[in-house]
Design a protein around this ligand. Structure first.
Ligand SMILES: Nc1nc2c(ncn2[C@@H]2O[C@H](COP(=O)(O)OP(=O)(O)OP(=O)(O)O)[C@@H](O)[C@H]2O)c(=O)[nH]1
Length: 322
């Protein structure tokens, strides 16, 4: 073996030393999931000592779901004859027989790089599996993602997350006709509340509305602040009829909120409701609900209006759903 141009023939002994010094653990694993060799992983703050795994099968030491999913990666790698990269969580407690006194205490998020091994190991095909602890990077990415999709004032999702979600739901609707509905709320005469009690009071009211509405929705409903004093809900697997009932519940929830001050009237909201239709785009779906909302405003506020029946039928949704 050559090493960066230095004519160094590695003996088995110093080859072992090189492998042991590798920072990330490297596993030689056979096609059937047996650990034939474990090398490296020399930093105990990042990795447990996995040397006891040699000779054991993944099915002896890992939870069944993990062993099955890892075996699938090995199969894919050998079939495609190229490196496969994928991410997974595996804590020390998930691996039977690990010495718990050393290594990281929390679950680790790994990036696994699985490459075909040239040659056979005990008559079996095998792979080289490099496991990198990317927990710090992963947590940071999660934190950034959370920040990028959260409204800082109310703590609920923001418009960006809503658009991402509705884009996904539209794909699902086009492919499987899986119903989904949208509810849009716009608080009534909010400028007056700001002007009377001040912007800070207005902010407090927005938070109160957000928290109260979130409570009456299902966990699967995506509730977001769409802008200023506008909120929006995406209700997956929900037909228009049901969404209309939920819209009315949201309207009442806002109406029954305690006013911030005895001298001001309760806050109310106008509400528009719609459902996804064939050939919808994100813009067309939202603008139909927006039209319904503005009909509610024009009709005197504090009421629910639904997208027009003509709109709904013209777009190929069966009458059953409206
Ligand atoms: N406190 C506070 N006010 C906001 C925020 N975003 C928007 N607003 C206010 O919401 C008010 C919206 O006013 P308009 O668009 O005139 O609507 P409205 O007074 O609610 O009247 P209608 O919608 O017609 O019922 C403005 O005064 C904005 O300043 C916010 O983050 N905090």
């Amino acid at each position: 073996m050559r090493c960066k141009g230095i004519d160094l023939k590695l003996t088995n002994h110093n080859l072992e030393a090189v492998l042991a010094a590798l920072p990330d653990p490297v596993f030689l694993i056979t096609e059937s999931g047996r650990y034939a060799g474990v090398y490296g992983g020399s930093d105990p703050s990042y990795y447990h000592d996995g040397s006891h795994l040699v000779g054991l099968s993944m099915f002896d030491v890992l939870p069944r779901y993990a062993a099955e999913s890892f075996l699938e990666q090995i199969r894919m790698c050998l079939e495609r004859r190229c490196m496969i990269t994928f991410e997974y969580d595996l804590g020390g407690r998930d691996v039977k027989g690990l010495d718990d006194s050393s290594g990281p205490k929390d679950a680790i998020h790994f990036e696994g790089q699985v490459s075909p091994f040239e040659g056979l190991v005990d008559g079996e095909k095998a792979v080289i599996w490099v496991a990198r602890n990317i927990t710090k990077r992963y947590r940071l990415e999660e934190q950034l993602r959370r920040i990028s999709e959260t409204d800082p004032l109310t703590g609920i999702y923001n418009r960006r997350r809503f658009i991402a979600e509705i884009t996904e739901r539209l794909e699902e609707f086009t492919r499987y006709q899986e119903a989904a509905s949208i509810i849009m709320l716009d608080l009534d005469n909010f400028k007056q509340l700001n002007d009377t009690l001040g912007h800070q009071a207005g902010d407090n009211m927005l938070c109160k509305v957000a928290h109260a509405c979130r409570k009456v929705l299902r966990n699967v409903d995506l509730f977001a602040r769409f802008g200023g004093e506008e909120f929006i809900v995406l209700l997956p697997h929900t037909e228009l009829e049901v969404a209309t009932v939920i819209a009315e519940r949201l309207r009442q929830t806002v109406e029954h909120l305690e006013p911030l001050n005895a001298n001001v009237s309760p806050v109310t909201t106008s509400v528009g409701v719609g459902c996804l239709l064939m050939h919808d785009s994100v813009d067309s779906a939202i603008s139909r609900v927006d039209d319904a909302l503005y009909r509610a405003k024009r009709a005197g506020r504090n009421r629910v209006e639904v997208q027009s029946v003509a709109d709904t039928l013209a777009n190929g949704v069966s009458e059953k759903t409206i």
